[in-house]
Write a protein of this length. Structure first.
Length: 215
């Protein structure tokens, strides 16, 4: 629980600093990288890239997911792109084997679509859903891998599908830089990894994002 409170405290502090440090956006500055004139209106295309860190609980322990996204924004309201997330579960385990210690590792990649709600020039709300594939595994720690062939370094591994619903609130910090807070809920297919419940990654995550985008 301590990790959760630290993450929430950081979110409040960083959002407060962001609001205080906003600078006015010049009139006429472009918020897209390309446009074309359609039959009825002009269509615009923007881009962004972001990195994130989010708090969640895995196997009843606080942990962090690190993520990255690249997206294209259409008409300033719809986004589509790719995302990747990696679990940082830095805990030594020894439950399912008796000949060493190991760590839990997991990651997934996905495509996402989102609806973007602009709040004047200074803020945006992103409502997103993503779908993709991932893997979870136990790997022996380094000291117990050295005398094993590479194909015996993994104790157990499972692939899974993942779907995620999320909401993100972004505030412009300076020109094309944005800072945000996010909440996501992750659904996975059954993960039959030894010593775990098959839904152990089905959790809510709370996090922070840093984004560079022209959109």
């Amino acid at each position: 629980m301590k990790g959760k409170y630290v993450m929430l405290t950081l979110m409040v502090a960083l959002m407060s600093l962001t609001v205080q440090s906003q600078e006015p956006i010049k009139e006429g500055s472009k918020d897209y990288v390309w446009s074309y004139q359609g039959n009825k209106k002009e269509h615009t295309f923007g881009v962004y890239g972001s990195v994130s860190g989010s708090y969640s609980e895995v196997l009843d322990k606080p942990t962090v997911w690190f993520g990255a996204k690249v997206g294209m924004v259409i008409d300033k309201k719809w986004g589509i792109g790719l995302s990747a997330n990696v679990l940082d579960y830095d805990r030594t385990l020894n439950v399912v084997v008796s000949d060493g210690t190991y760590h839990l590792e997991s990651a997934y990649t996905a495509m996402f679509v989102e609806h973007i709600i602009p709040i004047k020039k200074w803020g945006k709300i992103h409502l997103s859903c993503l779908s993709g594939m991932g893997q979870a595994l136990y790997r022996y720690d380094k000291g117990f891998r050295e005398n094993r062939p590479w194909y015996e370094e993994i104790i157990d591994t499972e692939k899974f599908t993942v779907d995620e619903l999320g909401a993100e609130f972004n505030v412009r910090v300076k020109k094309n830089w944005w800072l945000g807070s996010q909440i996501n809920y992750r659904f996975t297919s059954k993960i039959n990894l030894m010593g775990t419940e098959n839904d152990f990654l089905n959790k809510t995550s709370y996090g922070l994002t840093v984004k560079y985008g022209i959109y």
